[in-house]
Design a protein around this ligand. Structure first.
Ligand SMILES: Nc1ncnc2c1ncn2[C@@H]1O[C@H](COP(=O)(O)OP(=O)(O)OP(=O)(O)O)[C@@H](O)[C@H]1O
Length: 296
């Protein structure tokens, strides 16, 4: 796909935004409605095997359905359209003008301040709670699947792995380092799997390292692993018990939903009226809580 290419007779490709296992996203211009959009293409690579094809097809259809369902919800790019392109489909959605949380964290030169990390993670949890309330699990919550825009608003992206909570998924999904250990097994996955991932994001932002070795998912796919000790070095002491409750190896013993995460993190996030963090340059995720004007 090159700059100037036209998709579905109306979207003019501008620039690549990023690519993952299931798709490649581009910024484009919608000539019919005169607006910038993001277009996600199915990855041709995944058509090579039947399993890849089925998972891609299902992931794409499901992703479009989820986006459509949450049209107008805070923290989820707005669904615009689904269209045919060559052999596959494209999803057209709101263009988030910003960067992934992974990138945002990488340019902050060191561990993130607690108020900033908690504000980002709380925004992620607020959005994921919308899925949980409807009985879905995202299954791939990670810094690369969250974006922060210029106003400091955080979006969750990539709903291609979303599945019904408590139902056995046809394929295992998730990313090493962030996915809950039970995602390595062909088991029913509950909403607490996303809680585990959100906890891992919080630890990573605060300390630059993950609480568990980043290959446990791959290893657990081969054989059952004994629960490892989480590494919470450098997690501020008052936050550590909440983090532990999020990343418990045993799903039953974890915080169960993203809404509970929002509640448990409330005492740690900036309060309405608190001053901005003087060290923060650029997009400010704390503003939503400090200024209490979070209506979208
Ligand atoms: N609505 C959007 N606005 C701006 N950028 C976006 C948008 N959606 C996706 N992107 C960018 O495109 C990249 C790839 O998108 P996405 O994560 O949805 O693809 P994917 O193939 O499913 O990724 P993976 O499976 O590796 O997580 C993202 O990392 C992000 O940088």
């Amino acid at each position: 796909m090159r700059r100037g290419d036209v998709v579905a007779k109306r979207y003019v490709i501008d620039r690549p935004l990023g690519g993952g296992s299931f798709g490649t996203a581009f910024a484009a211009y919608d000539t019919r409605l005169d607006r910038q959009v993001a277009i996600k293409f199915q990855h041709p690579r995944t058509f090579e095997s039947n399993a890849g094809f089925e998972s891609n097809k299902m992931g794409f259809k499901e992703e479009a359905r989820i986006l459509k369902h949450y049209k107008g919800s805070r923290g989820i790019p707005e669904y615009f359209d689904i269209a045919r392109h060559n052999e596959g489909w494209v999803i057209v959605m709101e263009l988030v003008e910003g960067v992934t949380v992974e990138r945002y964290a990488s340019v902050s030169h060191g561990p993130m301040e607690q108020d900033i990390a908690v504000s980002i993670v709380t925004q992620v949890a607020e959005t994921v709670s919308l899925l949980h309330e409807a009985g879905y699990v995202h299954r791939d919550v990670k810094p690369g699947n969250a974006m922060i825009d210029h106003n400091g608003d955080v979006y969750v992206i990539d709903f291609g792995s979303t599945w019904v909570a408590g139902r056995k998924p046809p394929l295992r999904e998730g990313t090493d380092g962030f996915a809950a250990p039970e995602q390595a097994m062909p088991l029913r996955i509950g909403t607490s799997a996303d809680v585990f991932s959100i906890g891992c994001i919080l630890v990573k932002l605060l300390t630059l390292h993950l609480p568990y070795p980043d290959d446990y998912l791959t290893r657990a796919r081969k054989r059952r692993l004994p629960p490892p000790e989480p590494d919470l070095t450098h997690v501020p002491a008052p936050l550590a018990p909440v983090v532990l409750d999020m990343i418990h190896w045993e799903p039953r013993l974890r915080i169960q939903t993203a809404a509970e995460v929002v509640d448990r993190l409330r005492p740690f996030r900036p309060a309405a009226g608190s001053p901005p963090n003087p060290k923060l340059i650029g997009a400010d995720p704390t503003m939503r809580y400090r200024c209490s004007v979070a209506v979208r």
